[in-house]
Design a protein around this ligand. Structure first.
Ligand SMILES: [Zn+2]
Length: 181
């Protein structure tokens, strides 16, 4: 079994836009600004043997304001710039009641089978509370980055920024498990 790291796309791997105190997703390649630190940080996670997967809720696909072609172009840019194993997305709206829209953990459980992951030992990095809820639902550890979107729900760890979240994750991952004789 491998260990996975699920990283929220908007606000972590790429800049999120903020409108009326809400994060909104970039809708076109021209608006899509990849975090310049992301490639080096993901490379460190890969070097530690981790499977690194970006996750994102993109309800604009279901609601009709995000074109699939523009999204595919943005994701091609992201895969080219950052050594991710995969980008997994939920295309649904709340009213679709799907199992994959975060805070539901459907993307994580789908990845468990596809990548043979031990979710108990896996991690989630995000700047928003729904990812921490999804992590909790499957027994993964959440590392949240300080932001206005953390909410009051369960948080495992809160770090000041993406680099310190990666550093803490690598410490937790490499600390040998205590084994009982
Ligand atoms: Zn969904």
């Amino acid at each position: 079994m491998k260990v996975g790291v699920f990283i929220e796309r908007d606000g972590v791997l790429n800049q999120a836009l903020v409108e009326r105190s809400q994060q909104v997703s970039p809708l076109s390649p021209g608006q899509f600004k990849i975090n310049p630190a992301a490639a080096g940080l993901v490379r460190k996670l890969k070097a530690a043997g981790l499977v690194v997967i970006a996750t994102t809720n993109q309800p604009g696909l279901s609601r009709g304001y995000q074109s699939r072609r523009a999204l595919d172009q943005m994701h091609a840019q992201l895969m080219k710039a950052v050594p991710l194993d995969e980008i997994m997305l939920c295309p649904h709206d709340e009213t679709d009641h799907c199992p994959c829209r975060k805070p539901k953990p459907g993307l994580l459980t789908e990845a468990r089978y596809k990548w043979q992951l031990d979710l108990d030992r896996s991690f989630v990095i995000s700047d928003k509370w729904p990812d921490a809820d999804a992590a909790l639902a499957v027994g993964a550890t959440s590392l949240l980055i300080t932001s206005p979107w953390l909410g009051n729900a369960h948080h495992d760890l809160v770090l000041p920024d993406f680099p310190s979240a990666v550093e803490k994750l690598l410490q937790l991952h490499t600390t040998p498990m205590v084994t009982l004789a």
